[in-house]
Design a protein around this ligand. Sequence first.
Ligand code: 9EZ
Length: 527
Amino acid sequence: MRVLVSDNISDRGVEILKDAKLDVDVKTGMKPDELKACIGQYDGIVIRSATKLTADVIACAANLKVIGRAGSGLDNVDKAAATSKGIVVMNTPGGNTITTAEHTIALIVSLVRKIPQATASMKAGKWEKKKFMGVELFDKTLGILGLGNIGSQVAKRALGLGMKAICYDPFLNEELAENLGIKKVSRDELFTGADIITVHTPITNETRNIINKDSIAKMRDGVRIVNCARGGIVDEGALYDAIKSGKVAGAALDVFEKEPPENSPLLTLDEVICTPHLGASTHEAQENVALAVAEQIADYLVNGTIRHAVNFPSIPADQLNTLKPYIDLAEKMGCFASYFTDGQVKEIDIELRGEAAEIMDEPVKIAAVKGFLTPVLEHTVNFVNATHIAKERGIVVKVTKNADAGDYNTRVDLTIKSAEKTFSVSGTLFSKKNPRIIKIDNYVIEVVPEGTMLYINNNDRPGVIGSIGMLFGESGINIARMHFGRETKGGMAVSVVSVDGGIGEDIVQKIRMLPNILEVTKITMNG
Ligand code: 9EZ
């Protein structure tokens, strides 16, 4: 398999890809047209921020399976376009945590001691001692908005400088905050209680301009503001006004709404110090992210393991063994159900029962949808694009949980609703790992979902099973398994016949013609 490295990454990363027996081409600085012309040959691509993977570039990527960003920002990738093609998009969120935290501390210290301004002054031949009077950090309160990996490393370092730390994060890991000795406060308490506020959140609708005119108005007079996270978390216009008015004593910015900023009034202010998005720019961080992205890409292309994907849920290693049989079961049930659905599908309902109610549900849901869509679409359906395709087709997918699994320890119920009918199938795991279908609509049955099977609906009369067996025998087809179920004695019955090898359409037709046979459906399990 072939991997294109289209931005500069450290050599160790390229070596790791080669060690995994991948064919690697390093071609940096390509123009969009050059990239479009060659991207079709590659299974994977490694980028930083320079390569722009827009929808029209991704449209040319006929064989691409994975996009790996050495670093964390993915503004240069059209994630929706990649997802709809089933391309995994991954980044390396951990690789630059320490480096970014250190840059934040560097800016905080520089800000309160006016080091950049003093440097510029001396280089201009001056010796201005009064002008650069600073403040101590000791005993001051640092307000940390967003206590993720970077925020918590900043907190540790601030405590080491003798600062107090308070934090606000709606997704806070409370134990982490407590262990670090950081006080958890409300959003307003963070604004009112801090001498310096530093932001460490992703940019989302919640966090865009979270530092704005209104929140600044709540802050202490002389507050200082630091953004080493993402441009746009701090409203630049509001910050400018607040520095001009004297409310905000200073700001340190590594990131901007537009990069590079064009004629930003903020850059005219003495109270503002800045760096050109250097948060992750150390040799160590660049080495870390190059190694991480290479290992992740190799792991995906060679072993199929997905780590740090932004368009696929990451499964923690300790849950993988428990989850895998459920993923397999759900995919098979989805595939099975697709043969019994007519008309426009409106809804796929997955009920996880008993032990199944305890597991991570997202991968199981995706597997059921993938299994269902694969036989009915020409389009390649995989774990990345399955839910996306379902949504595009107006199919609502729902997961519910139920502690009660009836006679089973664990059970998955799948219901497909279309305008014409509702079909349901239930499954379980034998010995925690072997998938079984245990109910098809109202028929209780025990089917090993594997290979090629015939689902036969017949009147419950003597001789029917025999006639089916005879026909297979005469056709030289070996029956591997046969499962039976019925509603009531002498009523309607189902047989599911598994065979070694395939079943030709002629045989299916002949079975349909046998007496007392009502319906025959040939099922081929995915994979
Ligand atoms: C939002 C956040 C932090 C925050 C943190 C994360 C998605 N997200 N949002 C508001 N991981 C502080 C204030």
